[in-house]
Ligand binder design. Structure first.
Ligand SMILES: [Zn+2]
Length: 265
């Protein structure tokens, strides 16, 4: 049976979602935002593990949100991994938050959102994060969007050049600036394309695999915003071979996770 039919019958292959959130979001009702309902949704869709940054960490009180992240990671080991969120508007908090969380089992990297936080990704308020991750060969999920702006492809290229040891996930793959994002993943061994929102663009997954290789494409959904089953469909209905599907859905994220987890043992 092919992988697509296996998923339709409730089987398939293991899946890791490297771009998930958690908890309530201002002004939008997300019915599955609680931890237990997220785990139930993962069961339903066949998702083995997710890496989360709670909404509160990104859009509310970052310290409170990071505490929620650790609580979820500790409650669901092996199912929920966490990103420590850094808010560049509070630069004096950065070192403390990194110290508090980055060594914790199950906290596998850092999440930043330069667009919402209105701070250029290559600016001084992010530099301590970048330097720390560079030294530790850490994992970074950055929101990225378009070509210009605080975290467009142009600035992400500066980061990729300056910090070759950061395992850099381009969240949303610089949405819209596809050619530039794909070029980044092609040009830099440690830069990966992440599929949240991008996956629905017809033919894009094929383009990414053709140009950058399926080893550079990582599954992510913004769950609980979007149902992981739909995103699994985007991958398994793409015109790519099954090895590429398995790389995207699992193998690439597994490799990145295992590398970080090995350091925290
Ligand atoms: Zn997101």
């Amino acid at each position: 049976m092919n992988l697509r039919d296996a998923f339709l019958k409730g089987g398939g292959c293991p899946v890791i979602d490297a771009h998930a959130h958690m908890g309530p979001f201002r002004s939008i009702y997300l019915p599955e935002a609680g931890r237990d309902s997220m785990v139930a949704g993962m069961e339903r869709a066949g998702v083995e593990a997710i890496i989360v940054s709670p909404h509160d960490a990104l859009f509310g009180d970052t310290r409170e949100g990071n505490a929620q992240m650790l609580e979820a990671v500790q409650a669901c080991p092996g199912r929920i991994y966490g990103y420590c969120t850094i808010h560049p508007g509070y630069p004096r908090e950065t070192a403390g938050e990194l110290d508090r969380y980055l060594h914790q089992p199950g906290v596998v990297g850092v999440k930043i959102h330069p667009a919402s936080h209105e701070c250029p990704v290559d600016g001084p308020d992010y530099a301590p994060v970048m330097e720390r991750l560079e030294a530790e060969r850490g994992l970074l999920l950055s929101h990225t969007w378009g070509s210009e702006g605080t975290c467009g492809a142009r600035k992400m290229r500066v980061i990729a050049e300056q910090y070759p040891n950061i395992r850099l996930l381009l969240g949303h793959s610089c949405y819209g600036a596809w050619a530039e994002a794909i070029a980044l993943a092609k040009d830099f061994p440690n830069v990966y394309l992440e599929l949240t929102a991008a996956a629905h663009v017809y033919g894009l997954i094929e383009w990414m695999c053709r140009e950058a290789g399926s080893q550079k494409v990582v599954f992510g959904t913004d769950y609980p915003w979007f149902d992981p089953a739909v995103y699994i469909g985007f991958v398994t209905f793409a015109h790519i071979d099954e090895e590429a599907m398995r790389n995207i859905l699992y193998n690439n994220a597994r490799g990145l996770l295992d590398e970080q987890l090995a350091k925290r043992k």
